[in-house]
Design a binder for this molecule. Structure first.
Ligand code: ATP
Ligand code: MG
Length: 655
C-alpha cells in the first residue's frame, strides 16, 4: 500500500483518510486541494471501493484525466472504470441511458453555442422579424445569455429580465414566445444544449425516484473539485446524487477563487456547506506548495483587499528565491507584447521549456499582439481561449454529417450540410429540410424498431420523397450516396473512418470556401488522430460537443507556450507566468468600475488572485499606458491591483 502520510501534510492526510460521510476541504490556492482529492480516490480504491462506485466531478475533462493518471501511478489500479469528468459530461453519460424517461428519443445530439445561436436567430426572425433597429429588439446572443443565466441560477427568467435587463421589459411578451418555442424546438429536434444537460439530469433525479435510488446506491463516493464555482443546478445534483443512506461526499474549493458568477456560479454553495450538511467535517490547509515566497506574499496581499472572504494566510512550503514579481509599464500594447516575447525568448534560451510558461489575460482579444509577436519570434504557442476547437467552421462542417447520421431530426446539422451545396441558400435549405423531415417521420412511423443506420438513405430520401431543383440534384445525390457509404450493411464504420470519408467528400467545398485551407486541414487530421480510437459514434459526438477550450485536442509539445484567459487557467500552474493588460479599465474592466458594485469589484479581485497564484517561480505583471497607436488610442493608468500592492513586494522594470 502507498505511504500516504509521507506525501501529504497532516491536514491533507486527515482529509484523505476521513471516515466522515460529508467533508469539505476549504483552502487557498496551491495548497494541494486537487492533490488531496486525487489521493482520496487512490485511498478509496486501495481500501476496496470499486472504481465504478466513485464519481469524480472536475472543472475540465482534462483535469479528470490527469487526476486518474496520477491515481493509476499511485495505486497501479486501473482507474478507467471510475465515473469522472465535468458535470456536463457526467450528465451526458447518465442521460444517454435515461433520456427516454424524459420524453427524448434515443440518440439525442448536443447543441453547442453556435447551434443555439442559429436556432435562436431563426426564432427572432420568426417572432420579431418586423422590428426595426429603433425597436432595439435584443440580439440572439443576448436572449441566449439571459436564458442561460436564469437556468443556471434556477431563477425565473422574468426576474432575471427585470433585475439585469430592465430595458427589455417592453419586449417581454415576444421574448416569452421565443423562449417557449426555443424549448419546444429543441425537444422536437431531439437535441439538448449545455444547460439542458444539467437541468434534465436534475429533473431525472427529482422526478424519477427509482433512477435516483439506483444512482445513490451506485455512487457511494461523490467527490467534487472547485466547489466554489458550482451553480444551483449543479449543487442540487450533488445533493441528490450524494443523498443516499450510505453515500459519502467530499467537496474541495476556495471561496477566494470563485470567478464564474457571470455564468450563474454561486459562492454561497461552498460557504453554506455546513448548513446543507450539518454533520460535515471541515478541513483547512494553510500551506502553499506551489509558489516561491515572494509570489505567495504578493498573492496574500492581493486577496487581502476583499472584505467578503474566509481569511486564509498561506505559508510557503518552498523557499530559496528572492526574485520578486516584476512590474513592467509599457508605452503601448505592441511594445508590451514585444517585451513579453523577448523575455520568453530569453527564458527559453536559458533552457526553460515553453510548456512551463504561460501568458494570461482577462479577455481573449488581449492576446492578439502577443500572438503576433510570438509568431514573429518563431516561438510556438497554443491558445486555450477563443473559439473552441470544434466550433471552427470547417470542423463543424464535418461533424454535421455525423450528427445527422446519428439523429436525422437534427435540423441545424442538416441545414449546415445543405449550405455546402452550391447555389443553396437559407430559404432553399429550409425547404429541403421540411421534405427531409416529413420523409423521415413517415419512414420512422413505418419502421418503429429500426434505426436509420440500417437503411440506405438513397432509398428513404429518394425522389419523390425529397424534391430538389435540377441544378442541386447532382449534389443531393452525391450527399445521399455519401450517407449510404458511411454505414455499409447497417454497421457504422469507426468514427475516425467516417470523418476521413466526409473530409474527402467535402474537399472541393473546403478548397473553394476557406482561403487558409492548408492550416485547416491540419486541424481535421488532428481530429482523426486524437479521437481515432473511439468506437461508438454517439459517444464520439458527445465527447466532441463536450470538449471545452482547455480540453482542446491538440497536445502541446515541450516547446509550446500557453496563452490563456484567466478563467480558463483555473486550477493550473506554470513555472513562469506573465499577466498582461493590467491597466485600470482593462483589468478591472471599465464596466465593473463604472457599475460601482462592490460585489463585481471583488470578483475582479478574485480573478486577479487566481491569475497570480498560477505562478510557481517567476511572475511578470505588465500594462500598456496606451491601448492602440492611432489618434484614438486610449490612455490607462496602471490597474488598482498593481498600485494598491505594498510596493516592497514588487520590482519595477522598464521595458
Ligand atoms: P488551486 O487552488 O489553484 O486549484 P490546489 O489547492 O488544488 O490549487 P494543487 O494543484 O493540488 O493545489 O497543488 C499545488 C501544487 O503543490 C501541485 O504541484 C502539487 O503537486 C503540490 N503539492 C500539494 N501538496 C503537496 C505536498 N503535501 N507535498 C508536495 N507537493 C505538494
Ligand atoms: Mg485545484
Amino acid at each position: 500500500m502507498h505511504d500516504y502520510a509521507a506525501e501529504l501534510n497532516a491536514e491533507q492526510y486527515a482529509a484523505v483518510t476521513t471516515t466522515a460521510a460529508q467533508s469539505l476541504v476549504i483552502a487557498g490556492a496551491g495548497s494541494g486541494k486537487t492533490r488531496t482529492l486525487t489521493y482520496r480516490v487512490a485511498w478509496l480504491l486501495e481500501h476496496g471501493v470499486a472504481p465504478w462506485r466513485i464519481l469524480l466531478l472536475t472543472f475540465t475533462n482534462k483535469a479528470a484525466r490527469e487526476m486518474l493518471e496520477r491515481v493509476t501511478q499511485l495505486t497501479g489500479a486501473d482507474a478507467g472504470q471510475l465515473w469522472s469528468g465535468t458535470f456536463h459530461s457526467i450528465a451526458n453519460r447518465l442521460l444517454r441511458r435515461h433520456a427516454e424517461r424524459l420524453g427524448y428519443m434515443p440518440g439525442f445530439t448536443i447543441f453547442d453555442s453556435d447551434d443555439q445561436k442559429a436556432l435562436m436567430k431563426s426564432l427572432v426572425k420568426q417572432f420579431a422579424g418586423k422590428m426595426t433597429k429603433a425597436d432595439r429588439f435584443p440580439k440572439p446572443e443576448l436572449l441566449l445569455s439571459l436564458h442561460s443565466l436564469a437556468v443556471n441560477t434556477a431563477t425565473d427568467w422574468h426576474r432575471v429580465l427585470s433585475n439585469e435587463y430592465a430595458y427589455l421589459e417592453q419586449h417581454e411578451d415576444i421574448i416569452e414566445k421565443i423562449y417557449n418555442e426555443y424549448t419546444a424546438r429543441k425537444k422536437a429536434l431531439n437535441v439538448m444544449d449545455f444547460d439542458d444537460l444539467l437541468t434534465n439530469l436534475l429533473r431525472l433525479l427529482e422526478e424519477h425516484a427509482d433512477i435516483r435510488g439506483d444512482l445513490q446506491s451506485r455512487f457511494c463516493h461523490v467527490l467534487v473539485d472547485e466547489y466554489q464555482d458550482t451553480n444551483t443546478p449543479q449543487d442540487r445534483i450533488v445533493q441528490l446524487l450524494a443523498g443516499g443512506p450510505g453515500s459519502c461526499l467530499m467537496a474541495v474549493g476556495d471561496d477566494a477563487q470563485s470567478i464564474y458568477s457571470w455564468r450563474g456560479a454561486d459562492v454561497e454553495h461552498i460557504l453554506r456547506f455546513r448548513e446543507t450538511y450539518p454533520q460535515a467535517e471541515v478541513y483547512r490547509i494553510t500551506t502553499n506548495y506551489r509558489s516561491l515566497p515572494p509570489i505567495l506574499e504578493l498573492s496574500n496581499a492581493a486577496i487581502a483587499q476583499n472584505e467578503n472572504q474566509i481569511p486564509k494566510d498561506l505559508q510557503a512550503a518552498r523557499s530559496g528565491s528572492h526574485f520578486k514579481p516584476v512590474v513592467i509599464p509599457a508605452p503601448d500594447n505592441r511594445t508590451e507584447a514585444a517585451w513579453v516575447a523577448r523575455r520568453i525568448d530569453a527564458l527559453m534560451g536559458d533552457g526553460i521549456p515553453g510548456k512551463d510558461i504561460a501568458v494570461l489575460y482577462r479577455a481573449h482579444f488581449h492576446s492578439m499582439d502577443v500572438q503576433m509577436e510570438l509568431t514573429r519570434a518563431h516561438i510556438p504557442f497554443r491558445i486555450t481561449s477563443g473559439l473552441r476547437f470544434f466550433e471552427q467552421a470547417h470542423v463543424k462542417d464535418v461533424i454535421a454529417f455525423l450528427r445527422l447520421l446519428c439523429n436525422p431530426r437534427d435540423e441545424i446539422a442538416f441545414r449546415r450540410i445543405a449550405g455546402t451545396f452550391p447555389r443553396v441558400g437559407d430559404a432553399t435549405a429550409g425547404r429541403i429540410w421540411a421534405q427531409w423531415l416529413a420523409a423521415y417521420e413517415k419512414w420512422a412511423a413505418a419502421h418503429p424498431d429500426t434505426v436509420i443506420l440500417s437503411e440506405p438513405h438513397s432509398k428513404v430520401f429518394a425522389e419523390p420523397a425529397v424534391k430538389v431543383a435540377p441544378a442541386v440534384r447532382p449534389h443531393w445525390n452525391g450527399f445521399l450516396a455519401l450517407m449510404d457509404s458511411l454505414h455499409p450493411d447497417g454497421h457504422s464504420l469507426l468514427p475516425a473512418e467516417l470523418v476521413r470519408q466526409v473530409i474527402t467528400y467535402l474537399n472541393p467545398y473546403f478548397t473553394h470556401t476557406y482561403d487558409n485551407f492548408d492550416e485547416r486541414s491540419e486541424d481535421l487530421a488532428q481530429i482523426t488522430r486524437n479521437l481515432g480510437t473511439e468506437e461508438n459514434l454517439e459517444e464520439f459526438l458527445a465527447s466532441v460537443a463536450l470538449l471545452s477550450e482547455v480540453d482542446s485536442p491538440t497536445t502541446p509539445d515541450d516547446d509550446t507556450v500557453t496563452l490563456s484567459t484567466i478563467h480558463q487557467a483555473k486550477g493550473l500552474e506554470w513555472k513562469i507566468v506573465f499577466i498582461i493588460f493590467l491597466g485600470e479599465g482593462q483589468f478591472p474592466h471599465k464596466r465593473v468600475i463604472e457599475s460601482g458594485s462592490t460585489a463585481d469589484i471583488e470578483e475582479e479581485t478574485r480573478l486577479f488572485y487566481v491569475a497570480v497564484t498560477r505562478a510557481q517561480d517567476q511572475l511578470y505583471l505588465s500594462f500598456p499606458r496606451y491601448n492602440g497607436r492611432s489618434y484614438d488610442a486610449q490612455f490607462s493608468p496602471p490597474s488598482r491591483f498593481l498600485t494598491t500592492l505594498p510596493q516592497e513586494l514588487i520590482q519595477l522594470w522598464s521595458d
